[in-house]
Design a protein around this ligand. Structure first.
Ligand SMILES: *[C@@H]1O[C@H](CO)[C@@H](O)[C@H](O)[C@H]1NC(C)=O
Length: 307
């Protein structure tokens, strides 16, 4: 063998090795997600030809991604984490998830080198705005229908598993509507309680599209990226519309939050009632036992107040 052939064999060997991505355990992956700016993870099963193809594709653009983003490109085989990023559980189907400062985006586009690289490079920040009771009206101008453009908002709750699993796809849909439609999310069991009540959101997830003072509900039974995209870009016209309710006053918000707490914790009323009764009884006993006249008057006053 000449020197050239040896070199050729070595190079060929290296390129085969390079066709595979570095494999990480779930624990390692969680560390990467938590510590690294950009992580691109392929979730795959052990043997599946679609996975092999996707892995070969990612391997071929790995160097570009390292150059342009300094990204980690890894694979996780038969990972428990995979179900975090998809609401449709198909164990065989490989997923590509792009983490930007820990925020996942499920890549749902064509398997094309250029499109993939572009999508990753052009979406280095989350494309979904987190709105809450304080910021919603200010940022969307939903009621006035003014200048901030159209908004497509997902209402969800922390205890809704399918909602949380859909957020990675919502991020991808945001990349597809970037520059045309603003995408947002509102957590109606945390800082968006009053906003949820303003739009009568009772079930989650609920998707509302706000445009020029009108609100349209996405109520199709289709959770594909394309369906959301089509809806926001024109299909909403076929959906029934309502005028956007006026923003809530701070007093309304307080009421909404109290009602929410009571609804979520049906035991509060009896417990609070019980506590109040106990306080009354204790006060009463104290006032009866009271030796010094001064204290008695005080206790009596308290009892009157509590009444
Ligand atoms: C996966 O989901 C679980 C349950 O919702 C959560 O505790 C965990 O932090 C998630 N892991 C990642 C890496 O997103």
């Amino acid at each position: 063998m000449t020197c050239q052939t040896i070199l050729f064999v070595i190079l060929a060997f290296l390129s085969i090795v390079n066709a595979n991505l570095e494999q990480v355990t779930d624990e390692e992956l969680e560390k990467l997600i938590g510590n690294e700016k950009f992580v691109i993870a392929l979730f795959r099963s052990e043997t599946c030809s679609e996975c092999d193809e996707l892995e070969a594709q990612l391997s071929s653009i790995r160097e570009d991604l390292v150059d342009s983003l300094n990204a980690w490109v890894v694979k996780a085989v038969a990972s428990q984490l995979k179900t975090n990023f998809t609401a449709t559980n198909n164990p065989a189907k490989p997923l590509v998830v792009y983490f930007r400062h820990g925020i996942p985006m499920l890549y749902d586009g064509p398997l094309n080198d250029e499109v993939m690289i572009d999508t990753f490079v052009q979406n280095q920040e989350s494309g979904v705005t987190h709105l809450n009771d304080d910021s919603f009206e200010h940022l969307t101008q939903a009621a006035s229908g003014a200048t901030t453009g159209d908004w497509f908002v997902m209402f969800y709750r922390d205890d809704c598993d399918p909602c949380l699993k859909f957020l990675a796809k919502w991020e991808y849909i945001a990349t597809q509507l970037k520059g045309r439609i603003n995408l947002a999310k509102v957590n109606i069991m945390a800082d968006g309680i009053s906003t949820g009540s303003r739009f009568f959101v009772e079930q989650v997830p609920t998707y509302l599209f706000f445009r020029q003072g009108k609100v349209y509900q996405y109520s199709l039974d289709n959770y594909e990226t394309q369906a959301f995209k089509d809806f926001a870009l024109g299909w909403y016209k076929n959906a029934p519309s309502k005028s956007v309710p006026v923003p809530k006053t701070p007093f309304d918000e307080l009421v909404d939050r109290s009602v929410f707490v009571l609804k979520e914790n049906p035991l509060i009323l009896p417990v609070a009632g019980g506590a109040l009764l106990l306080i009354l009884i204790v006060t009463l006993i104290k006032s009866l036992k009271g030796t010094k006249p001064e204290k008695t008057t005080k206790a009596k006053k308290n009892t009157k107040k509590a009444d």
